[in-house]
Write a protein that binds this ligand. Structure first.
Ligand code: SAH
Ligand code: F3S
Length: 447
């Protein structure tokens, strides 16, 4: 068999796509290798969300150029968001690339690789294509926790974001196809699924008949072997009362909500075209916590969006404190080609972005550490997923609120089990605990 090496940058959706591509190419007699020097075909799955992500890809392509110089028969392909956004530019800047294809062409990857092999000429395939649910997976992809893409694309027009350009319009996969995929994952030992979409809470509105995320999660929850359901990313704009009720009523859906805020200042939110206000967001958080008191929130924040003042930035810091996030992903604003914000006149200087980023992280560390400390002394449900990174004698897993817990359970519980652990120590980034009998009513996130 020929050898395939896949390098993945960016989001979970890219990880999912890479796995699908590896699965499809297995049908073309390519097996995965971890060693790029051994590969006959190298695919680089790219991210275009920020300039830094792109720079990493170009530097990797530079390294691969040297590899190809030593091994001319090597085929190099670029897929994912940069393929869609930059198309010809990639082949100009990196002529060693033989194949460039966007997400809609993934289903045809086998043909595309053959075309390169036969023609000896570069192939560019970045047009629209029909939505196909690809469920092929390489054998190595059998695992306890899996991502499942439930919809592609995004139709919001956030002024900073390239995703609507790179991933196209919003298209949902039919619930039957998703449930079938989850069943097959469960049959291979999967216990936790994360349903993926750029605006996953808008799922299903484009289908006939229309459906929604609440109904989808109920159907996924009917798959017996699945113990936990997660979903990401949600947009506050599309958050319905029905979804909030589902989070309360569906026992397998975890108490962890990734709800990107982006900025805490209304004037910035408006210029970002996010479609909600800080007051509206806080009200959603209150309603979610009323329905699910243990709900943990995580978010994405951008610092240095064009025109962001000190006062605007202060409003973002204030929101971090008010919401009390469990986890925050902070990004410095990056100017993206073709977006409205890139053309805004009042761009913020890099040193200001850097200092705001540092100040934001200080507040984030304090707030998230305080959230972690809340769990000290409590008994939490843990899905055991391996051994502790620092101590192979200890097991490790995650709570429903997505915190890492290391605990002494070797020989009594094993990977894939749900265990009940009393938290003895709450460190900022992980918890330590000790295995206990299943309690009547476990605190934190076990229902
Ligand atoms: N669909 C998601 C966002 C996907 S992009 C949503 O609704 O929010 C992931 C994150 O990258 C975004 O939430 C945003 O915080 C960040 N991001 C997107 N474009 C960016 C840019 N131009 N500069 C900096 N961060 C950006
Ligand atoms: Fe990007 Fe906004 Fe969609 S952040 S992915 S355009 S919801």
């Amino acid at each position: 068999m020929a050898k395939l090496h896949v390098i993945t940058y960016g989001c979970q959706m890219n990880e999912y796509d890479s796995e699908r591509v590896a699965g499809l190419l297995r049908g073309e007699r390519y097996e995965l290798t971890d060693d790029e020097a051994q590969a006959d075909l190298i695919l680089v799955n790219t991210c275009a969300i920020r300039e830094k992500a792109e720079a990493k890809v170009f530097s990797k392509l530079g390294e691969l150029r040297a590899l190809k110089a030593r091994k001319p028969e090597l085929v190099i392909g670029v897929m994912g968001c940069m393929a869609q956004l930059h198309q010809e530019t990639i082949q100009q800047r990196a002529p060693q690339v033989d194949l460039v294809f966007g997400s809609p062409a993934i289903a045809r990857v086998g043909d595309l690789v053959q075309r390169v092999r036969r023609g000896g000429r570069p192939v560019l395939e970045t047009g629209e294509g029909p939505l196909v649910k690809i469920t092929a997976r390489p054998p190595a992809a059998r695992r306890l926790k899996a991502f499942v893409t439930v919809m592609e694309g995004c139709e919001k027009c956030c002024t900073f974001c390239v995703v609507p350009t790179t991933r196209g319009r919003e298209r949902s996969h039919p619930p039957e196809a998703i449930v079938a995929e989850v069943r097959s994952l469960a049959a291979e030992g999967c216990r936790e699924v994360t349903l993926l979409g750029q605006t996953v809470n808008a799922y299903g509105r484009d289908l006939t008949p229309p459906t929604d995320l609440a109904e989808l999660m109920a159907r996924v929850g009917d798959v017996d072997a699945i113990e936990r359901i997660r979903f990401t990313t949600s947009n506050p704009y599309n958050l319905t009362s029905k979804l909030i009720r589902a989070l309360r009523d569906l026992p397998k859906v975890c108490e962890y909500f990734h709800l990107p805020l982006q900025s805490g200042a209304n004037r910035v939110l408006e210029r970002m075209n996010r479609g909600y206000t800080r007051e509206g967001y806080l009200e959603l958080v209150d309603r979610l916590r009323d329905a699910v008191p243990e709900m943990a929130f995580s978010t994405d924040l951008i610092v240095g969006f064009p025109g962001e003042t000190e006062a605007d930035f202060g409003a973002t810091l204030d929101m971090v404190e008010r919401v009390g996030y469990d986890n925050v992903f902070a990004f410095r604003y990056s100017r993206r080609p073709g977006t409205l914000a890139a053309a805004m006149p009042d761009q913020v200087a890099d040193d200001v972005k850097a200092s705001r980023n540092t100040r934001l992280l200080e507040v984030v560390n304090r707030v998230t550490a305080a959230r972690s400390r809340r769990l000290a002394g409590r008994t939490v449900e843990v899905l055991v997923d391996g051994t502790s990174r620092k101590n192979a004698g200890e097991l490790s897993g995650r709570t429903r609120c997505n915190r890492v817990v290391n605990f002494d359970g070797q020989g009594r519980v094993s990977v894939g089990d749900l265990a009940w652990v009393r938290v003895t120590e709450a460190l900022p980034h992980s918890l330590r605990g000790t295995l206990v009998e299943r309690p009547e009513e476990a605190a934190c996130l076990s229902k």
